[in-house]
Design a binder for this molecule. Structure first.
Ligand code: GLN
Length: 535
């Protein structure tokens, strides 16, 4: 197979139906059948990337190896496919327009009127096709954000229509809809699905497969009805009922032969028998845990759990690996006070202080670190969480009472966390942090080395501030260990503490690299520590 095959995933009836999980599950099945597979997200908003978005808007900002700030769905793609994505895997309307307008300014369109069709749609298609020409993927799954009928996603739907016309045998469309259940009549209703397919048809797109989200299993009669009214084959109506865990969805899709039905539409045969035994075993462990522990997660966006989705999933991966059920106790950093610390951390076997930006909730995070440090509770600080551990140590162990990060207090006498040199001249905030993969060398006698079992690692970053090396000697004398360093840039990447059972802070984001099949070693060892040091 020289050319790529393209599978578009669209959504109808309601948002948040889990297009990302269906796309990931389908990708997972093709991947396990031996196809080189990737998934691409088309986002309809005008931001050039989600890096400038508040997490309350769209949840976490995910980061790829090559430093793209991307939609959180890319995290699902990596976690399900066990393969890294790159900046080619996320397109936003903002980035499409930016590039078309730059071309117009350069004079590339030779006096033509620049229009949505063909210029914007051509740009969308070109970007999709880069994954074919540059990366040689055999299967490219394209998730279109939003719901059909949205004004914003129309250019994407039009690009899809054109691709289906131009590459007739290479394109399939999977449409995900919702079948609401009406309790009063005890029925599952298909009308909203019919309408959403009509909306797609108005844009010239006939879906090939309909995946129906439903609380209840749907019978043959309903499937027949959907097939007839939506113009798809009976075996192309697939149900997606609610399941305990998202990692079960690939198996649910496999049982209904979603991958085979799609393969038929694009004229390919499975390369191999499905080899997903490890996945199934891991899932069994996830569903049959031997123990339960509780982890306190301290953050300031806890009202929207998607803000910390990669951390939550990393805990699930480590839990499945260790056969432990991990219950997250959400702790709002703005609400943590000296008076309620004991109550808040009661029954927490370990505590994570989450990444973040800005001043809000910072004092609660500092108090949290002090409490876990003094009470020997396993601690895992991620990015801002590590920086906060440094501030707490400076204040309460070294006696620098006003110590702070320059991000929160630019006038502090003790800027133990300072702006990186490379950041000082930067004016635009979009896409200018220290982003993506960097190397880190580990000290052999350390918790970090115990976890990774190698001395050179690379991890993904997203920050502007860093540990201020001027304080290294004083901190070392007082018992802080600098166990991971980026030697090239002379940056502290990992801190630990002497005289504490498990206290580790990382400047990077290990959660971006954890997958269901390959749980992250730091999360595994953190959970192991929580299990052994239980109070
Ligand atoms: N705000 C901090 C910085 O920019 C930490 C960022 C983060 O937690 N991702 O350095």
């Amino acid at each position: 197979m020289s050319k790529s095959k393209f599978i578009f995933v669209t959504g109808g009836v309601a948002s948040s139906l889990g297009k990302g999980i269906i796309a990931s599950s389908l990708g997972n099945l093709f991947q396990f059948r031996g196809y080189k597979t990737t998934i691409l997200k088309l986002d309809p908003y005008l931001n050039v990337d989600p890096g400038t978005l508040n997490p309350y808007e769209h949840g976490e900002c995910y980061v790829t190896n090559d430093g793209a700030e991307a939609d959180l769905d890319l995290g699902h793609y990596e976690r399900f496919l066990n393969l890294p994505t790159s900046q080619l895997n996320n397109i936003t309307t903002g980035s499409i327009y930016q590039s078309v307008i730059e071309k117009e300014r350069r004079g590339d369109f030779l006096g033509k009127t620049v229009q949505v069709i063909p210029h914007i749609t051509d740009e969308i298609k070109e970007r999709i096709l880069l994954l074919e020409s540059k990366e040689n993927y055999q299967i490219i799954i394209i998730e279109i954000g939003g719901t059909v009928g949205d004004i914003e996603s129309l250019p994407y739907i039009e690009a899809l229509r054109q691709m289906k016309f131009e590459r007739k045998n290479d394109v399939a469309v999977v449409h995900l809809t919702l079948l609401p259940f009406l309790a009063s009549s005890g029925e599952v209703k298909t009308k909203p699905t019919q309408h959403s397919v009509k909306t797609l048809l108005q844009s010239g797109v006939q879906p090939d497969i309909i995946v129906c989200r439903s609380e209840y299993s749907i019978d043959e009669k309903i499937k027949n009805k959907i097939a007839l009214f939506c113009n798809v084959d009976f075996d192309c109506v697939i149900e997606s009922i609610n399941v305990e865990t998202i990692y079960e969805v690939p198996l649910l899709m496999m049982e209904q032969k979603l991958d085979l039905v799609v393969s038929n539409k694009i004229g390919i045969k499975p390369l191999n028998d499905l080899d997903n035994n490890l996945w199934i075993k891991r899932l069994e462990r996830l569903k049959n845990p031997q123990k339960t522990i509780q982890i306190g997660l301290v953050g300031k966006y806890v009202e929207l759990k998607d803000s910390y989705i990669s951390i939550c999933e990393s805990l699930i991966h480590a839990g499945a690996f260790l056969e432990v059920k991990i219950v997250i106790k959400w702790l709002h950093s703005e609400k943590l006070e000296s008076t309620n610390l004991e109550q808040s951390f009661k029954n927490c076997d370990g505590v994570i202080v989450a990444p973040g930006f800005g001043d809000r909730g910072i004092n609660g995070k500092i108090k949290a670190v002090q409490y876990v440090r003094e009470n020997n509770i396993p601690f895992f600080g991620i990015c801002l969480g590590m920086q906060v551990a440094v501030i707490e140590f400076a204040r309460n162990v070294c006696g620098y009472l006003d110590a702070h990060s320059k991000e929160m207090n630019s006038k502090t006498m003790h800027p133990v966390i300072d702006l990186m040199e490379s950041q000082k001249k930067i004016k635009n905030i979009g896409g200018t942090m220290r982003l993506g993969r960097y190397n880190c060398e580990l000290i052999k006698k350390s918790l970090a080395y115990d976890a990774y079992q190698v001395s050179s690692i690379d991890e993904r970053h997203r920050h502007r501030y860093e540990f201020n090396n001027k304080y290294k000697d004083v901190f070392s004398e007082k018992g802080m260990l600098f166990t991971g360093l980026n030697k090239k840039l002379n940056l502290v990447e990992i801190i630990e503490l002497e005289n504490h059972p498990w206290f580790l802070g990382v400047q990077f984001h290990p959660e971006y690299k954890s997958t269901f099949i390959n749980p992250h070693p730091l999360f595994i060892n953190f959970i192991k520590a929580c299990l052994t040091i239980r109070l």
